[in-house]
Ligand binder design. Sequence first.
Ligand code: BGC
Length: 755
Amino acid sequence: MSVQQTPLFHAEKSVDSYEIPEFAEFAKPNAEVDADILELVNSMSLKEKIGQMSQIEVGQFLNQETGEFDEARTEYWIKEYAVGSILDAPNNHGGKYMCYPPRVFADFADAVQKVAVEKGSRKVPLIYGLDSLHGANYVNGSIIFPQPVATAATFDPKFAYDAGRVAAKDTRAAGCQWIFAPCMDLNTSKMFPRAYENFGEDPYLSATMSAASVNGLQGDYKNDRTRVAACMKHFIGYSHPQNGWDKGTCWIPDHHLLEYFVPPFQACVDAGCASAMESYNDINGEPVVTSEFYLKTVLRDIMGFKGVLLTDWAEIDHTIEFHHTSTDKLDATTQAMQNTSIDMSMIPIHGDFCDHVHELVVNGELPESRVTESAARILQLKKDLGLFEQPYVDRSLIETVGSKQDLELALNAIRESITLLKNSEGVLPLKADDRVLVAGPAGDSLGYLSGGWTLKWQGAHARDYLFNNEGNTIVEGLKQIHGDVKFIRGVDIEGSWDELAKEQITEEAQSVDKIIICLGEDSYAENLGNLTDLTLAKGQLELVHFIKQAAPNAKIILILVEGRSRLLEDVTEISDAVVDAYLPGPWGGVPIAEVLTGKVNPSGRLPFSYPKHHSDTFITYYQKNPQQEYEPLFPFGAGIGYSSIVYSDLTISESVLPLDTPVTITVKVKNTGNIDAKEVVFLYASPIVRPGLVPERNRLRSYKKVELKAGEETIVSFELSVKDLLYVGRNLKKTVPAGLTYKFLINANRPEALE
Ligand code: BGC
């Protein structure tokens, strides 16, 4: 493809604030399709029904030379295959612009839609899916939210709701009604390049965040046209590859899968998630995409999922040359269609899937009812989203894209996500007269603050012009909030030294009190982020050592801007303070500076175990065997503020848990400092002895984030019932034998833990 993409920015003025409907009731997919949908699907030809099951990538609707909408190519797909769905942003597939502003995106989406509703044999509208993972990250001018891992660090699901709410509105403004999120893979493998797309390592945290995200994205999606259908992904076990690589093979015993990986998905099903995406991996040697066990028994029978099930990108075909479990495309399609309950194939660039499903039905190898059932589910979703009434974009949404109201939500999420991991001798917050030098490659980059799936699939990298001056780097944030600070990058993101940097740092370091070193990763998505070594670029670690030597009297503050927890050798030990900012997105600079200067009292907590050694690449706080040491660099739940919080008086209402009523657990929490604070209170419980199955060291059962004014004391209470303690036994059934003794802990892994 020879398209030279040009920048084009959101040129329209956004309103400062807007009102859109909020509903207390969240919609859910129905078990049965409506009578009119049944009538429609029963009147369709086999080819038309198969078309509904087919999703094509957006590049197929673009002129290959100019990158503009191509009516003839679109007609081909609509007429030849009656396709029902389209996906992705044009800029990822040779579109004319580097990232489409909402009106231009909407013009394109409407042009494709017009062909479907005017020239399609049934005039059925298309459903358009987009990866709006952290805000509408492919819609230029939309407020980009922190990546999900940072949202998880807030330990307040409200922020997952807000990000979903805004993503839904802005994605609909661009003409797409379906969002491929939330992503609830568990961060069990620290090498996995998609760690930042999910909500950390803990099943309960992930479940609460993912369900809130579904509510934000979908709301009452059957009535509210500012919402979308969510798509929970990636089902299932994807983030646990043996080698830490994207698409790597996973070994997960069935009872582990049900115990740890299923609960976040179950929470989304319970929240009414309208669709799901299966995953690229195999588990125990069985590709998920053709597995009856994962895609029927677990997803539909055990979990009760009623929504639309989509494959990941070309995944049916991947069984041929990637998984080597099918001989050719016909064989691949046969296995996927016969064994599973997949409703739609993300094909995405050829019509073979359509031809092969047709062939299978005509030859009697697949009952037509299998196709009818899937097509009906998809048509019902289109109806629920209002597409039959109004297939085109509601242009009134466009002026809300990028509003101050949305920005405030994103800033608040970032403020509450930033996690202070170490603060020796109160080096933070900065004092007003502290002379500050900033160094490190993540200090002056919006791209590195944002990571992959930001404007482009692979992220912006160092191309900050793509953000059109929207956002603030860390240096810019510090200039705004602290005052004049000097910046010397030192090394680039790969760790190569800038010429003259050593001299400049040595000179500058003599006259400053504190040096803030911003370490980070280049942007990546999926397999392009695979690593052979989890250690951060050596040159970046050297930078910290060099500065320590060059400025023995200055205090060193590390800021980690990372999509996954990279090994840091000894640099946290030689630093006075350590802050994890995760990937806060392009608006991260100001809130980071607010935390560093004490304008905001940090309240983020680590949503994963931060590994210390190479042997920690699969470390989780809930690892089996309480005898085994759990000594990460920073434990799950780590994070401090500038105030001191004291815990006391842990009580439990009953010492024997009754079958039908919950017990109440309370703890007193007091802010003994002189500034207001937000504090996360964690409740853990795990059996001391568990017959037949080694108990976990600990399991998070609940958490609450509370606000405490300076000097304020409160009682935080939790209710826990038997169902919260059920675990999956070897027979794959949930159980909790009578007579088990549990250990309850408040704030495990933290100095103030109470048992
Ligand atoms: C990713 C999915 C994504 C899809 C569509 C795939 O490669 O695994 O997460 O939703 O592409 O862009």
